[in-house]
Write a new protein. Structure first.
Length: 337
């Protein structure tokens, strides 16, 4: 009996670790302009007795797009069916999902920019008119059947809004919202809430230490919090500032949130190419990384911190990058930036 109780306790704790997502608007920190707009959209729809209009969220990974979709489902009291662009391979896959929705359900499609173009074409009339056009047969004997769909709300998320076609974007009549990066103060509040859910007591200075290294992203902040908790638990230490620094140093995350790949990029740029300018292909080859990884994963945060600039001639390390890595800044570089 005791073993069963212990197993249930472990399962509960594991579930708790995975559910740091806010379940109420008051617990969702940041993105105030989006929350205000969505609240009005939902309230107006409820007062009219209508379902909410379709919504598209976009922005870098880990900022809370999926969480917003879950909150909308909670607020409306409706079921939410979750899928992703790559998972809907054929028209039949989408037809199966749409025809199994109940009236008022929310369909959440993550990474919608990866939808098959044929599937996307079928989605247009479903979003606009609530009908599904299915072609049966081939050649001269082919015929179209139009199925009425239950009223539903499509909430979509993407990290690359430029790859979402213009016709699809225009059908999100409820709004297209960009999620912004968080401030350190907002990240600190998120960590404080998460630490309470994880029963991990954090000193204020320790909390701030995690926040400033979290790349302005809640998902990264929660990841660091869990790993610091694990480190403190194994080494029997309290979660103070010193322990946090030790844990994050073990993860190769420095005081401004740069990881080993970020530092390698800057070191290669400065040490091998004199700080630039250098092209994307060249630096990717020098790092043995894919160009897409360099451009989409490594560079954005470095540019945001002012450590890197993209000039017409290529990538250039700034004075701030030299100082952070302990290199001497060359006067000639000032003319390139």
């Amino acid at each position: 009996m005791k073993n069963k109780e212990k197993t249930e306790e472990i399962a509960d704790n594991s579930f708790l670790d995975q559910t740091l997502r806010p379940t109420r608007w008051d617990d969702y920190i940041g993105q105030k302009h989006i929350k205000d707009n969505v609240k009005i959209l939902l309230r107006a729809a409820e007062e009219r007795g209508h379902i909410p209009e379709h919504i598209l969220f976009y922005g870098p990974p880990g900022l809370g797009k999926t969480t917003l979709a879950h909150l909308i489902a909670k607020e409306t009291g409706k079921q939410m069916k979750i899928t992703s662009g790559p998972a809907i391979e054929k028209v039949g896959d989408l037809a199966s999902i749409l025809t199994n929705l109940a009236p008022g359900d929310i369909l959440f499609i993550d990474e919608i920019h990866r939808l098959n173009k044929m599937v996307e074409e079928i989605l247009y009339p479903a979003m606009e008119s609530g009908v599904l056009d299915i072609i049966i047969g081939k050649g001269p004997s082919a015929r179209t059947i139009q199925l009425d769909l239950p009223p539903f709300t499509l909430i979509a998320a993407t990290t690359r809004v430029a790859l979402v076609s213009s016709p699809l974007r225009s059908r999100f009549s409820g709004g297209v919202f960009r999620l912004e990066f968080y401030s350190n103060e907002e990240i600190a509040k998120i960590i404080e809430r998460s630490s309470k859910l994880l029963n991990a007591e954090l000193e204020k200075e320790a909390l701030e230490e995690i926040a400033k290294r979290s790349r302005f992203t809640p998902r990264t902040a929660n990841y660091f919090l869990k790993r610091c908790r694990d480190f403190a638990q194994v080494h029997k230490k309290s979660l103070d500032k010193k322990t946090i620094k030790e844990a994050l140093n073990m993860l190769a995350v420095d005081e401004i949130g740069l990881n080993s790949s970020d530092r390698k990029f800057l070191e290669v740029l400065i040490d091998k190419f004199g700080g630039g300018p250098v092209g994307l292909k060249t630096i990717a080859a020098a790092m043995s990384e894919e160009e897409a990884t360099v451009e989409e994963v490594i560079e954005p945060y470095l540019i945001q911190l002012g450590l890197l600039e993209r000039s017409p001639r290529g990538r250039v390390a700034t004075n701030k990058a030299y100082e952070h890595l302990g290199f001497d800044f060359k006067k000639g570089q000032e003319e390139l930036i």
